[in-house]
Design a protein around this ligand. Structure first.
Ligand code: C2E
Ligand code: MG
Ligand code: MG
Ligand code: MG
Length: 277
């Protein structure tokens, strides 16, 4: 015990720290194991054009089918996978596996034709994303049906590199959207510096749409998107009143529990067939 050694003595190690390390070690091994065993998969959430009442795309959201704990959300593995520098590997496996399947299966169908995948923004500063795109092209995946969603916070570490990779993607028809738009510290400078194709209004704004000030902010985002020719959508739409407020403000592409929750592939395909119910 460090106390018995008196004030000012250093504590290098405590038994409780051992447990923390052990726990982390276990979780890290589980993640490595999950990659090898292909335990990661996608659920799909519909993206709706509300004025046409049509599903125009879907967002792929990672899920982990853990052998003992069952279905786990991204928050249970993405932060640790990022720290372990394994997130790009997981994203790659998901996109080449489930993602590629999903893009091809929706080909020719006007419903749910584009697939939006989340990629860790660290992918945009290392060249592995190029390899991924080449692999997609080799498998004859139509990249024009693919959107990469990135969050604002992580791009900044090497803007020159990120810009060049964004151009590489755009040239191949892959669109890049800024996710959680408006929650970062420099949303406007991002739009100035990076050639993205669209923005997703974060759910925190949608949740507060009953406030006048939030409505004015969202209205300004709509104007920005119009002026810069960007695609615009809102996520986290849960109520009719949020839906209608967004429509009145000029945002008609929407996603959220009001339309559909993220679903396993079969469930999603059935949902699309039956839509609108
Ligand atoms: P995101 O990309 O902003 O995704 C939106 C999150 O909000 C998803 O949570 C979704 O299930 C949830 N959501 C959708 N509609 C509603 C709604 O109406 N109400 C509420 N309360 N929530 C809604 P999820 O699936 O837990 O994903 C969390 C985050 O994890 C994602 O945020 C994304 O940043 C990240 N993520 C998910 N899949 C991947 C992936 O394959 N790779 C990487 N790198 N990150 C991923
Ligand atoms: Mg997203
Ligand atoms: Mg988001
Ligand atoms: Mg988010």
């Amino acid at each position: 015990q460090s106390k018995s050694r008196g004030k000012g003595s250093y504590t290098f190690f405590q038994p409780s720290m051992l447990n923390v390390l052990k726990d982390r070690q276990v979780r890290e091994n589980e993640i490595r194991h999950a990659i090898v065993e292909h335990e990661f998969g996608y659920h799909y959430q519909p993206i709706v054009d509300v004025t046409e009442n049509r599903i125009i795309g879907r967002e792929a959201l990672a899920r982990w089918t853990h052998p003992e704990k069952g279905l786990l959300p991204p928050s249970s593995f993405i932060p640790l996978a990022e720290q372990m520098s394994l997130i790009n590997e997981i994203d790659r496996q998901l996109i080449l596996g489930c993602g590629a399947l999903a893009v091809n299966s929706s080909e020719g169908s006007p419903q749910a034709s584009y697939l939006s995948v989340n990629v860790s923004a660290t992918a945009l500063i290392n060249d592995s994303i190029k390899t991924l795109v080449y692999e997609l092209e080799k498998r004859e995946i139509d990249c024009r049906n693919l959107v990469f969603e990135i969050t604002e916070s992580t791009l900044i570490s090497d803007p020159t590199k990120a810009r060049s990779l964004l151009r590489f993607l755009t040239k191949r028809g892959i669109r890049v959207f800024l996710d959680d738009f408006g929650t970062g510290y420099s949303s406007l400078s991002y739009l100035n510096e990076f050639p993205v194709s669209g923005i997703k209004i974060d759910q925190s704004f949608v949740r507060q749409l009953h406030k006048r000030k939030i409505q004015k902010l969202v209205s300004s985002i709509v104007t920005i998107a119009d002026n810069l020719d960007l695609s615009l959508l809102a996520e986290g739409v849960e109520t009719e009143s949020q839906k209608n407020t967004l429509l009145n403000l000029g945002c008609h592409i929407q996603q959220g529990f009001l339309y559909g929750k993220p679903m396993a592939k079969d469930g999603f395909d059935a949902f699309v067939k039956a839509y609108p119910a």
